[in-house]
Design a protein around this ligand. Structure first.
Ligand code: SF4
Length: 186
């Protein structure tokens, strides 16, 4: 099976989730968020087709990283392929973060029609959801670009059937700077 990637596996990232991470840059996204930083990753037929077994080999060889982030592009345009990658990460003891332009609620609606979406979601630990919204752009929110995006504990959300944000990353509107610092970053 092949996966369409926008770039080779990136190692040692400290900005794409907690800890030291490898990043799988998937190719393909139709959300077209104004101000997107990675427009070259949008073309669903662009990038490079890579044998998933080769990518898995690279993931198994990671030694510095404690997790893998699936980003793009939007990994949910290749749910079957990304599911395989996420499974491999967990087999290697690596946690899995995933960025998507869909909201969690949209993904749950899509999952009713497409089982692969749910299967992939079930293999994700942390989901950073929602489109990048230029007017919500903020440097106060860690690991994402705009305030509308949420950092979600997927297992808890699936278990309780509601969105469970990770409390330390939840953005609190109108918090005074000191409160925001405590609520967002600790
Ligand atoms: S979802 Fe991400 S990659 Fe896709 S257009 Fe929006 S910001 Fe860009």
């Amino acid at each position: 099976m092949n996966i369409r990637l926008a770039a080779p596996l990136q190692r040692n990232s400290i900005v794409d989730g907690e800890g030291i991470r490898a990043v799988v840059w998937t190719q393909g996204c139709t959300h077209n968020c104004p101000g997107c930083h990675n427009p070259e990753t949008h073309d669903l037929t662009g990038g490079t087709l890579v044998d998933i077994e080769e990518l898995k080999k690279e993931i198994r060889s990671l030694s510095e990283e404690n997790g893998v982030t699936l980003s793009g592009g939007d990994p949910f345009f290749q749910p079957k392929e990304c599911l395989e990658v996420a499974k491999c990460c967990h087999e290697c003891g690596l946690n899995v973060w995933c960025y998507t332009g869909y909201t969690y609620e949209q993904l749950m609606a899509l999952a009713k029609k497409k089982k692969q979406i749910l299967a992939f979601l079930q293999e994700i630990d942390v989901l950073v959801d929602g489109p990048f919204i230029l007017k919500e752009k903020s440097y106060d929110v860690k690991f994402r670009g705009s305030k509308n995006q949420r950092i979600i504990d997927v297992r808890q959300s699936l278990k309780t059937n509601k969105v469970v944000e990770i409390p330390k990353y939840r953005y609190v509107e109108n918090a005074v700077p000191e409160e925001r610092e405590i609520k967002v970053y600790i």
